[in-house]
Design a protein around this ligand. Structure first.
Ligand code: NDP
Length: 419
């Protein structure tokens, strides 16, 4: 019987809230708090008649630490789930520390304003030292390690699918399938079709920033950075078919490089259709992906935020999206002195997700792991003072819960490898 504060009420939070309400024996009370309270009220009104979870709602600007502190103090949750945006990670972590409550999120910190000079100086130093230029990285949240340790609190970072389940797959492979892992390829395939010429599957601003940045991978102890979308492979995904996939920078590579001993190479690939890429290039070329404010008709606007207002709301894609996702990890390494390869993956059906919780599979594959991670924090299995990523915990109870709550895995020791 636990009380959980959920911050954010967008596409992923919709799944989290639905799943909490399906599991009232764990989530006896939830408070849904977000910037736009009407969205929280709408989902509370929809679910209250169907669940014994007690749902309350609140308005909060999570960029403001004091507002989050006041909310936590008045609600007294056992756990805070940050399902808002990566921009709010640090303020919510600060509030959790101030109130002595455990924290979790689904994506690592990135600043909203990348022109902020104080942030930029640290960012540019990090680009030079580490060798990758993505706006997001773990350093900001890892800097909270000691504070969380000293407070005896747990912060679980990046507990969605990727990051999240992909790291649990790595921990699982290391625990059960290998003595040592040499290479990891994370493959994220979305075979879904929503029928729009162009839309993003989750928050457009975060998604387009990620996809339009240079790609990078970890090899022999260092980062190798490449121009955006310059490494392409074709792969035949079970239940989806042949897809083009492109090497991207992705946040879990950074923590896996630290936590998988002796790993020689880690890459991340995501599938994109040609039409998506053509649209994205065009939007980038005309400046609509820029995060730098411009003056328009006497008003300051941020181009990518303006674009977000024009694009379909990811939460609205649910009823239109058909097809499946297939996300997983391919490993090579050794077991009992012999070379071995292994592929573990999940296939998820957009329409099934919509039937169950009213959202498409991208939100579903993010929201379900967040809820399973929350369950393990609430039952004490994933409690360890400090700031941790998913692969630092025992993967077995997590993988068991994922299967129970809608994301079972498949595996094979004879995968087609990516060259
Ligand atoms: P949405 O844009 O749909 O929802 C974000 C929500 O956060 C909205 O309800 C928004 O409020 C709220 N919010 C934004 N700013 C604030 C603020 N300052 N204070 C309070 N609430 C705020 O995003 P998604 O649901 O698609 O994504 C949620 C998170 O999941 C993101 O961090 C994303 O990066 C992550 N993600 C992780 C994945 C993984 O596999 N690990 C995959 C996909 C997403 P409002 O309604 O007012 O705009």
């Amino acid at each position: 019987m636990s009380k959980v504060l959920i911050i954010g009420c967008g596409g992923v939070a919709g799944v989290v809230i639905n799943k909490c309400c399906q599991n009232s024996e764990v989530f006896s009370e939830i408070c849904v708090a977000s910037r736009t309270k009407s969205k929280c009220d709408a989902i509370a009104a929809e679910l209250t008649p169907k669940t014994s979870t007690k749902i309350t709602t609140a308005q909060v600007d999570a960029d403001n630490v004091d507002e989050v502190i006041a909310l936590i103090k008045s609600y007294q949750p056992d756990l805070v789930m940050n399902i808002a945006l990566p921009y709010q990670d640090l303020t919510i972590m600060d509030a959790c520390l101030a109130c002595g409550v455990n924290y979790m999120d689904t994506a690592n910190y990135e600043p909203e304003n990348t022109e902020d000079q104080k942030w930029r100086a640290i960012y540019e130093k990090r680009c030079k030292e580490k060798g990758f230029s993505a706006y997001f990285d773990y350093s900001w949240q890892w800097a909270y390690k000691e504070k969380f340790e000293q407070a005896g609190l747990t912060a679980l970072l990046g507990c969605g699918f990727d990051p999240g389940v992909t790291q649990a797959y790595c921990a699982y492979a290391l625990k059960h399938e290998f003595d040592s892992i040499d290479t990891i390829d994370i493959l994220d395939c979305n075979g879904g079709d929503h029928g729009y010429p162009f839309a993003t599957n989750f928050n457009p601003e975060i998604n387009l920033r990620e996809v339009s940045s240079p790609g990078s991978y970890w090899e022999n102890g260092k980062w190798v950075e490449i121009p955006a979308m310059s490494i392409k492979r074709e792969y035949n995904f079970e239940a989806v078919g042949d897809k083009d996939m492109y090497l991207l920078h992705h946040e879990e590579i950074e923590s896996l490089a630290q936590n998988i001993p002796g790993v020689k190479r880690i890459r991340f690939f995501m599938t994109f259709g040609q039409s998506y890429l053509t649209h994205m290039n065009c939007l980038e070329n005309v400046g609509l992906l820029s995060t730098t404010p411009i003056n328009f008709d006497g008003k300051e606007i941020v181009p990518i935020q303006f674009l977000k207002a024009l694009l379909p709301d990811p939460a609205s894609l649910g009823p239109r999206t058909k097809g499946k996702t297939n996300i997983g990890c391919i490993f090579t390494g050794t077991k009992d002195g012999k070379p071995k390869s292994y592929y573990i993956y999940n296939i998820c059906d957009h329409e099934e997700c919509y039937k169950e919780v009213g959202s498409q599979a991208i939100s579903y594959t993010t929201g379900v792991p967040a809820v399973c991670g929350a369950m393990l924090m609430l039952n004490g299995k994933w409690i360890k003072a400090g700031v941790h990523t998913v692969e630092e915990f025992d993967p077995d109870p997590f993988i068991e819960l994922l299967a129970k709550h809608g994301l079972p895995h498949k595996d094979t020791t004879e995968p087609v490898l990516v060259d």
